[in-house]
Design a protein around this ligand. Structure first.
Ligand SMILES: [Zn+2]
Length: 369
């Protein structure tokens, strides 16, 4: 009896602290409206098909729909996704942060078509793209992902399950305690909030793994849905498990988190040089390409250019610090967000700015350019 009460109190705390963290973070990030160019683009529907607050679904091509999240209004989806509908089958993109998020996307698909669902694709292993997989499992929908996604989910989220909250947060709390000023304290607090959200979501979820591993050596692969085809391909940079979905004959690309549009990129397990090279490849895609980023609003090539300029700004700062012999921890704290990026959401300092600078330092120490 006693332990049951303790357990239910713990899961209550997990649920509420998750929401608290999400809300504390969300105040910073209202989703911007569609850019002017895209609002004029005849391929994109003027109004969303459905808007639940936490996410909306918008038609952006022939049988192509984007699910765009607004984290400030709820944490059901967190990331963006979408789906493709052909004559014979449909393809869902992303497992989202919760089964409710995945269910929302599936329900929306079913208002448009009853074709069988060939697969749901997790673009990579991160919690906000995969913790809703259980919904697909319950519906007998195969979950496809890069072959490393299942092991990375296990390595990353199973250890958090059953771990006491205080233990999981201890390293982050410790940095918060040792912050030297208000700026450092705010940044450390953002890391505590992010870690709290990940811990809570992992503990509040029955993990479900992809059952159809995509061997990166065998990509790209074309999925013919009947009149609509998707090409799944892998590019390096964000997580070591990244797969994108292209609709080449309509110039549409679902990038997963290889693109954060008007956000600071989350880089804690990124390869910075590889990611910047991948963005260079995206920049060489057709000039009229429409991108569905992992986070942020739909965009065209201007979103790729913007993301490259954020990396350039971080790298310029890091290089100046590195050449001046400034220790990496100090270099991370001395980065100031420039005016032109001041409205860009930062998931948490220690998951974005911090690792970008630290990883660049490591690359330079290793003798790489
Ligand atoms: Zn990610």
């Amino acid at each position: 009896m006693h332990s049951n009460q303790a357990l239910s109190r713990r899961s209550f705390l997990a649920a509420t602290s998750c929401f608290g963290a999400a809300v504390a973070f969300a105040k910073l990030l209202p989703l911007p409206a569609l850019g002017e160019d895209l609002a004029q683009d005849s391929r994109i529907a003027q109004t969303p098909l459905v808007d639940k607050g936490f996410a909306s679904v918008r038609k952006m091509g022939n049988g192509v729909y984007a699910t765009i999240s607004d984290f400030s209004k709820g944490a059901q989806t967190i990331c963006n996704g979408g789906f493709l509908i052909g004559r014979d089958a449909a393809l869902l993109i992303e497992g989202f942060a919760s089964p409710a998020g995945a269910g929302f996307q599936m329900d929306t698909l079913r208002t448009l078509s009853q074709v069988p669902v060939r697969a749901a694709l997790d673009t990579h292993y991160h919690f906000d793209h995969s913790l809703g997989n259980a919904f697909y499992g319950a519906q007998n929908i195969p979950v496809w992902a890069h072959a490393r996604v299942a092991p990375r989910i296990i390595e990353s989220y199973v250890p958090l399950q059953g771990m006491e909250r205080d233990k999981a947060l201890a390293p982050f709390e410790k940095r918060l305690q040792s912050a030297k000023n208000d700026t450092e304290r705010q940044r450390a607090q953002s890391d505590v909030n992010a870690a709290t959200a990940v811990w809570s979501l992992a503990n509040g979820t029955v993990l479900a793994l992809p059952n159809h591993p995509l061997d990166p050596g065998k990509l790209p692969v074309t999925i013919d849905l009947g009149g609509v085809s998707a090409v799944l391909d892998t590019y390096p940079g964000h997580s070591g498990t990244d797969v994108i979905a292209r609709v080449p004959d309509q110039n549409i690309v679902f990038t997963g988190d290889l693109l954060f549009n008007a956000w600071y990129p989350v880089t804690f397990d990124a390869s910075i040089s590889a990611w910047r090279a991948t963005l260079g490849k995206f920049a060489a895609f057709d000039k009229d390409t429409l991108f569905v980023p992992g986070h942020g609003q739909l965009c065209g090539q201007e979103g790729i250019a913007l993301s490259r300029s954020v990396f350039d700004d971080l790298a310029e700062h890091a290089e100046k610090m590195y050449k001046a012999g400034v220790p990496v921890e100090e270099a991370v704290q001395r980065y100031a967000v420039p005016e032109k990026f001041k409205n860009f959401p930062i998931f948490a300092w220690g998951f974005t700015v911090g690792p970008t600078i630290a990883k660049l330092y490591e690359e330079w120490k290793g003798g790489r350019p």
